[in-house]
Design a protein around this ligand. Structure first.
Ligand code: G3H
Ligand code: 13P
Ligand code: ZN
Length: 324
């Protein structure tokens, strides 16, 4: 009989089967970040309704914010809530940008089914050593591991600096072979947050040529795209209309994400878009109903809008809808 692991008791799965199916089906599994109950409810509702596998993603900041014990029960509750709707979508609980071996171990002990060890800022050999150590611990417990090569650029970077931070395709085979990672995050020009490209850039310069080189060297191996929010203009405009100030916010065009999802990119990370939607709706409610002070009256509509956005992304951008 196969050994059961801690995360399986919570009803979670690792990413192995999910990525295999995503690779074969030419779509990407969404990895949505959450910090609170309303975001988690929206993610699982949106994914269950659209029949999409889902990776619930938690950063170390989110873990501190929500409390690590509470988080574990929230994830467990989310799986039960999904099953009560009759949905059978697979759910992964994943550590986003883990920065130490100890943090990865702690997350695995508390029931995470997947972890990212982000050694991308380290020299290559140190990244290999740290990642390998995490993989050895994780694989013993059936947990999958995402590593990273190349650092995501920021819009303020000088061009030369940004270029030197792209993933170097000639390093990927050696890294994957020596570390044993299950997936690899690469840097092809996306960045975190709401300001990814200079406003007015007709076609943001994502380096699909690097992605193709990586695919050639690692055929059939799952690749991860971080910094993949589209920074939907509709919500940026709504935020600005109702008293916010987000000037020059630009994200990754949906067309480019569709292209990535059809390639070896099996996981697409989205955090900023969820933050923008909720902020836009909350600002609107406050502006239109200044006497409102029941959190359910502004968090409720924000949650509904997030469900819509998630269903839309799964259906029309990532292609993960209807796969379960
Ligand atoms: O990659 C970063 C994620 O968007 C998480 O952000 O560290 O503010 O929770 P955070
Ligand atoms: P965004 O900021 O584009 O949503 O990226 C999120 C991310 O990569 C989380 O790891
Ligand atoms: Zn990221």
């Amino acid at each position: 009989m196969e050994k059961t692991h801690k995360y399986q008791e919570l009803g979670l799965v690792n990413t192995k089967e999910m990525f295999k199916k995503a690779m074969e089906g030419k779509y990407a599994v969404p990895a949505y970040n959450f910090n609170n109950m309303e975001q988690l409810q929206a993610i699982v509702t949106g994914c269950a309704k659209s029949g999409s596998p889902v990776i619930l993603q938690v950063s170390s900041g989110a873990r501190k914010y929500a409390n690590q014990t509470l988080l574990q029960y929230m994830a467990q509750g989310a799986v039960k809530m999904i099953r009560e709707t009759g949905s059978n979508i697979p759910v992964t609980l994943h550590l986003d940008h883990g920065d130490s071996y100890e943090l990865c171990v702690s997350c695995i002990e508390s029931g995470f089914s997947s972890v990212m060890i982000d050694g991308s800022h380290l020299p290559f050999e140190e990244n290999v050593a740290l990642t390998k150590k995490v993989v050895e611990y994780a694989h013993e417990r059936g947990v999958t591991v995402e590593g990273e090569l190349g650092v995501l650029a920021g819009i303020e970077d000088e061009v030369s600096h940004a270029v030197s931070n792209y993933t170097q395709p000639e390093e990927v085979q050696d890294f994957v072979k020596r570390t044993g990672v299950d997936s690899l995050a690469i840097s092809i020009g996306t960045s975190h947050g709401a300001y990814k490209f200079k406003p007015g850039t007709a076609v943001p310069p994502l380096r699909f040529d690097i992605l193709e080189e990586v695919e050639k060297r690692l055929p059939g191996f799952p690749i991860v795209l971080h910094g993949a929010s589209s920074v939907l203009p509709k919500y940026v405009e709504m935020i600005n209309q109702f008293g916010g100030k987000l000037e020059g916010a630009v994200g990754v065009p949906e067309e480019q994400l569709r292209k990535a999802a059809a390639s070896s990119v099996c996981k697409i990370n989205i955090d900023s878009d969820g933050r923008l939607v909720m902020t836009a709706v909350i600002r609107k409610v406050f502006a239109e109903h200044p006497a409102e002070f029941d959190p359910r009256k502004y968090l409720g509509p924000a949650r509904e809008a997030l469900v819509e956005m998630i269903m839309e992304k799964n259906t029309n951008v990532l292609g993960s809808a209807g796969r379960y």
